[in-house]
Ligand binder design. Sequence first.
Ligand SMILES: N[C@@H](CCC(=O)N[C@@H](CS)C(=O)NCC(=O)O)C(=O)O
Length: 208
Amino acid sequence: MARLKLIYFDLHGGRGEPARLALSIGGIAFEDDRVPPSDWERRRPETPFGTLPVLEVDGQILAESNAINRYVGKLADLYPSDPWQAALCDEIMEAVEDINSKIFATLFLPEEQKKAQRKALVEGPLPFYLTRVGQRLQAHGGQYFAAGRLSVADLKVFVWIRHLRSGELDYVPTDLPDRVSPQLVEHYQRIKNNSSVKAYYAKHGVTG
Ligand SMILES: N[C@@H](CCC(=O)N[C@@H](CS)C(=O)NCC(=O)O)C(=O)O
């Protein structure tokens, strides 16, 4: 088995979290290299595009979160083998990436700009994506996004909904997903109660 190291920031969320979850669910050993903010500028030049996450596989490097998700999804049997189902899985991961990029772009803004941009997101793009992603879930049976079983798409949506409901995003009401897309919140609860996901967060001392 290849030697894997997932390099990402030291937080229980973000673009690196679905891959951490997938590897853990698949029982695949990996080094969980969590970069503290104070180390980031020193380590940035080691990354292909100046960003994280990065996956090291026997010393070779892979960047881009969704490429990493697909790769670890294949290793962990959490990525569909059927080409159409794989495309459906990709569709959702890219849609979540699109809305997350808008949210992440507000993280380090000055307070007034952050407030204005997040309010604009709450009035438009966030309900839009919550509704449309929820509709895609319904279209595929209401339980999982692809192949009728857990995949990295489910993990990526889980991490997104968890973030929105966490209270970490000022000016984003924590009940927004519950009001706009109850089916996505049900999906979130289902993934949260998956025994491997529960074990992962228990191991990291994360509650809620
Ligand atoms: N398209 C890239 C975006 C990666 C990205 O922007 N990562 C953020 C963290 S989630 C980052 O590295 N930020 C630090 C920085 O840009 O200095 C991906 O999906 O991996």
